[in-house]
Design a protein around this ligand. Structure first.
Ligand code: ATP
Length: 456
């Protein structure tokens, strides 16, 4: 696997990801997605929406607001409890997440379920040093709320305070009644949503792994109490299959169940799918069985009835919910890490290659005239025909070998070359990214060929 530094350079050079606000010296931990990045992000979202919503078991979509009534965050527990344990070093004034310091010291520990005092004691007992000052003079750990606050309207006072959502899930819960009424769906059913979330993380970093602004893809799957663990297992297998079907190597993945004592108070099962990043295994995708906690909280605070009447048994209950939640950028990161390599071709030759599923590849094909003067007209015709339906790119600069390599490096699965023979028999050379094999194909067959190849 390539290093993180290599990936950051690659992403910048190729146009996947640029540093945010770069011309002003940057804004720490913000990233802008360039022409290739935006295509890859869109493809990831489309793949998720297709598998989890369109083809999911009884699932519909939703797009709720980023700004919500502050009561929502009281009910969900975010205003009181959405915080990370913050520890500050007196010498350097640097701040850290105490649980992460402990895990860096010993990855086998499970600080998630510990109290602040237990974490502090561990750091003191094990003489964990501040990586900056090298000292152990720590201030006591305190809770740091990660919600971003802003003001709505023209007056900046506490009455106009609102929060940017730290997760998309609550928008689904507060719409539960609307969703049941308008879809007439019977339980079990799910609601999926893709959207931006904001968390004032204490220690963002590792490129796009942890940022303060990110996009989530969350599914809330409502089911009858007692059936949630069955659905939990169903979704765990579904998430794993999604990743491996899209080419993630199984050895880079592992499922880590949370220990009973580390579970959030509302959860009766939680498992993280972890990926082996350059710094080790770390969270990719969370799966949580959240019981009826959220709907019950909203029922209590809003006084709206959130129960569901089962039309078959005439039972009334508040549904349980199982939630697979993943970040778009984390998926983007692992598809790049999983696929990027310097492939040795023998005799000292090598190429940069991004092996990525054709469904995710930013460009599905590159259309290349062999000789610009003679073939550009025909190549442009093919380009116009294909971009009706696919993201494709046209390139007429430099020699054909260099153009092939450029496409290999950004994951384009097919190169279509227009040459002398094209002008005679309307066939093109089609080159495969991974094997570098070439075949001849009629121009009339191109659309069908690509459609089949990019299917997921
Ligand atoms: P952590 O413990 O690492 O802070 P979490 O367990 O709080 O993360 P969840 O609330 O379960 O994370 O979020 C669901 C998913 O959203 C995560 O698995 C991850 O893919 C993504 N995610 C969460 N926080 C961030 C972030 N700051 N930057 C990018 N993606 C994030």
């Amino acid at each position: 696997m390539v290093t993180l530094d290599y990936l950051v350079q690659y992403a910048k050079q190729t146009g996947f990801i640029f540093q945010g606000s770069e011309i002003y010296g940057g804004l720490a931990n913000t990233w802008d997605y360039g022409p290739l990045g935006v295509l890859l992000k869109n493809n990831i979202k489309q793949a998720w929406f297709k598998k989890f919503v369109r083809q999911g078991p009884n699932v519909v979509g939703l797009d709720s607001s980023i700004l919500l009534n502050t009561e929502v965050w009281k009910a969900s527990g975010h205003i009181g409890g959405f915080s990370d344990p913050l520890i500050e070093n007196k010498t350097s004034n640097q701040r850290y997440r105490a649980d992460k310091l402990i895990l860096e010291h010993d990855p086998t520990q499970k600080p998630d379920g510990w109290t602040l005092e237990q974490m502090y004691q561990y750091i003191v007992d094990n003489k964990i040093k501040d990586p900056v000052s090298g000292t152990t003079d720590w201030l006591p750990i305190r809770k740091f709320n990660m919600m971003f606050k802003t003001f709505q309207g023209v007056v900046e006072d506490t009455a106009s305070e609102v929060y940017l959502r730290p997760e998309t899930a609550q928008g689904i819960f507060i719409n539960f009644k609307n969703l049941v009424r308008t879809t007439r769906k019977k339980i079990p059913f799910g609601v999926g949503q893709i959207g931006k979330s904001f968390r004032n993380e204490i220690t963002p970093g590792n490129f796009i792994f942890r940022t303060r602004e990110f996009e989530q893809m969350e599914l809330e799957f409502f089911c009858k109490p007692g059936t949630e663990l069955e659905w939990f297992n169903f979704w765990l297998a579904y998430m794993q299959k999604f990743l491996t079907d899209l080419g993630i190597r199984p050895e880079y993945l592992r499922a880590e169940p949370h220990a009973k004592e580390a579970l959030s108070h509302y959860s009766n099962a939680t498992t993280d799918i972890e990926f082996q990043y350059p710094w080790g295994f770390d969270e990719l995708w969370g799966l949580a069985s959240r019981t009826s906690f959220d709907l019950t909280q909203h029922q209590n605070l809003s006084k709206e009835d959130m129960s569901y009447l089962d039309p078959e048994t005439n039972e009334r209950y508040i549904p349980y919910v199982v939630e697979p939640a993943v970040g778009v950028e984390r998926l983007l990161l692992i598809f790049l890490l999983n696929g990027l390599e310097e492939e040795q071709l023998g005799e000292g030759d090598s190429r940069q290659l991004l092996k990525i599923h054709p469904a995710l590849a930013p460009y599905k094909a590159a259309i290349l005239p062999l000789v610009k003067k003679e073939h550009a007209g025909k190549a442009n015709e093919i380009y116009d025909m294909l971009r009706e339906n696919f993201d494709v790119v046209y390139d007429e600069t430099q020699n054909i070998g260099k153009r092939y390599r450029r496409q290999d490096a950004i994951g384009t699965p097919f190169c279509i070359t227009v040459d002398h023979q094209t002008m005679e028999d309307n066939t093109v050379t089609l080159r495969f990214r991974d094997s570098m094999e070439q075949i001849r194909l009629s121009v009339d067959e191109l659309e069908n060929f690509i459609r089949k190849a990019v299917k997921f």
